[in-house]
Design a protein around this ligand. Sequence first.
Ligand code: HEM
Length: 82
Amino acid sequence: SLPFPVYTRQEVARHHNKASRVWVTYGSDVFDVTDFVEQHPGGKSKILLAAGGALEPFWALYAMHNQEHVLELLRGYKVGEL
Ligand code: HEM
């Protein structure tokens, strides 16, 4: 399979709302979660707090994300790597 494209954190930060697409990072992976925003069980406003940046500071506070089914869902939205 083809390698994922590589992005900088600066590039990721440009994708901070639905108009510019909602990108987040987790570890060194980059995800476009735009199509998940409306489905987020914790609500749209919360997921958008992480838009354009890293999930870790938020997921440290909301530990229910630290489950295999959540990580698997996230994996489906991967678009690149840092
Ligand atoms: C719940 C995914 C970002 C706050 C959940 C659940 C999923 C999910 C699958 C349900 C988990 C379960 O009950 O088993 C995601 C994904 C995110 C993301 C894929 C980013 C791409 C965030 C952020 C915050 C947040 C940044 C907070 C700032 C919450 C809260 C709940 C929740 C509070 C609990 C909702 C409830 O049960 O009432 N999220 N989340 N999430 N999320 Fe997120």
